[in-house]
Design a protein around this ligand. Structure first.
Ligand code: SF4
Length: 159
């Protein structure tokens, strides 16, 4: 099974180093707005949650893209965007149940995690191992699929 980004939510301390590391790698600036992941903070519940593409087995973003701009990298199994083909319709952003796709105003294009070609920068800089790059467990995979399918159903109900 291919390695992927695994989020250990309970280990996240919301230091946001992952956002800064990602942004610097992608655009050369310590600008969290340019990061391909974000950390959601729920202060009232003392919960911090890194939000990032799950590189799903059945990516809804890929399924819905009318331009065929989203594909899977054969080396890393990352789900990537071909910006030359992307028409900027943002359907992928709406389709992703995990909030893993975003629109970058400064770059004027849709962006997402590409696993840094197999060496995710966010993982290198996370001080607590809240982010790991490893093979997911069967249980973890099953949970993600269940959440994704439910989100897809909900989107169909409201859409
Ligand atoms: S670097 Fe790790 S601990 Fe810090 S915010 Fe990101 S995921 Fe959480």
């Amino acid at each position: 099974m291919a390695k992927t980004l695994v989020v250990n939510q309970e280990k996240c301390i919301a230091c946001r180093r992952c956002e800064l590391a990602c942004a610097f790698k992608k655009v050369g600036e310590f600008n969290p707005a340019a990061a391909r992941l974000s950390v959601a903070v729920f202060l009232e519940d003392d919960v911090y949650l890194p939000i990032v593409c799950q590189h799903c087995d059945e990516p809804f973003c890929m399924e819905i893209c009318p331009a065929g701009a989203i594909y899977r990298d054969v080396q890393t199994q990352a789900v990537k965007i071909n910006s030359d083909r992307c028409i900027g319709c943002r359907m992928c952003i709406m389709a992703c149940p995990f909030g893993g796709v975003d629109y970058s105003v400064s770059e004027q294009q849709v962006v997402k995690c590409d696993l840094c070609d197999g060496e995710p920068e966010c993982v290198l800089f996370c001080p607590t191992q809240a982010l790991e790059y490893k093979e997911p467990t069967e249980l973890g995979l099953a949970k993600r699929k269940k959440v994704a399918r439910r989100m897809k159903e909900l989107m169909r109900e409201v859409g």
